[in-house]
Structures are given as C-alpha cells and as structure tokens.
Design a binder for this molecule. Sequence first.
Ligand code: HEC
Length: 144
Amino acid sequence: MSMVNHLPKFIVVLVLLASGGVIASKITSRSASSATLVDVQVPLLSSKAKVGQESFEAICAQCHGKNASGSEQGPPLIHDIYNPGHHSDQTFQLAAVRGVKRHHWNFGDMPPQPQVSAKKMASIIIYVRELQQANGIVYREHRM
Ligand code: HEC
C-alpha cells in the first residue's frame, strides 16, 4: 500500500487528534473555573438591576465571580451569610467605601472600591438582592 492510500486515514487521525486537543483544553479551562462556588439561577432582572449588573460585571465580578457566584479571588455573594438580615444594604455600601477585612473566608481582604459611587453601589445592591431572592436567599434575622 502506498502512502497515498493511507492519506485519508492520516487526515482522519489528524483531525481527531486536533479536536481531541480542543476538547482537552476546554475541559482544563472548565476545571479552572470550577472555583465558582455556587450555582446561581439568574432571574429576569428589573431594569435597575440590569444597570447594577453592568457595574458589577465591570468591577466586582473579577473577585465575586459572574452572577456573584464566587471565584478564586472572592466569595459568592449569593450565599446565605450575605442575606439582608446579616449583611444589610448599608454593609454593602461600607464594603465599597472601606473595603473588608478578611473575616468570613480565606480569600484575603477586599480592597476599598472608591471608584464606585454610592449611587452605583445602590444599583449593584438591587442586582445582588434580586439574584439572592431568586436563589432562595431572603432576610433572616441575624443572631450572634
Ligand atoms: C479584589 C477582590 C474584590 C473586589 C474587586 C470586590 N470584592 Fe467584595 N470581597 C472580596 C473578599 C475577598 C471578601 C470577603 C472578606 C471576608 O469576609 O473574608 C469580600 C466581601 C464583600 C462583602 C461582604 C462585606 C462584609 O461586611 O462582610 C460585600 C458586600 C462585597 N464584598 C461586595 C463587593 C462589591 C459590591 C464589589 C464591587 C463594587 C466588590 N465586593 C468588589 C473581594 C473583592
């Protein structure tokens, strides 16, 4: 058999190897992002929440993850400890102004976010609260 007869098989093997490589790299990148800590259901957002979502994705998502589901840099905000009874809207505002000392997790401190105005923060809060509510995270009185 000549090389020419084998050529089609060669091509098939090459294509398989190449696509195998693509699949393998997809799997690797998926496991890198499996640091995402919670599975977040995204509801239909109000228009105010959508404004907040934009700022969130530009500023907060690098640490708190897409849809506030967490990342290797920061905790998910769609988590029961951030329910409005434990972390009020005021706490959120303060987080942006003062930053947050590491206390609930081991991600380190959150640096202050002075570029986020109180107004911007208010719409981010609306966004996070709508996500929380859609994921069963509602006001629970905080008892220490
Ligand atoms: C550089 C990473 C980083 C960025 C950017 C960031 N955060 Fe954080 N944030 C953290 C970490 C880490 C914590 C957890 C600290 C702890 O409790 O251990 C945290 C905690 C918080 C808390 C909890 C506050 C508290 O009192 O416990 C809120 C609310 C919050 N972040 C909101 C935001 C919002 C909104 C943005 C965008 C404006 C944002 N963060 C941007 C890293 C970040």
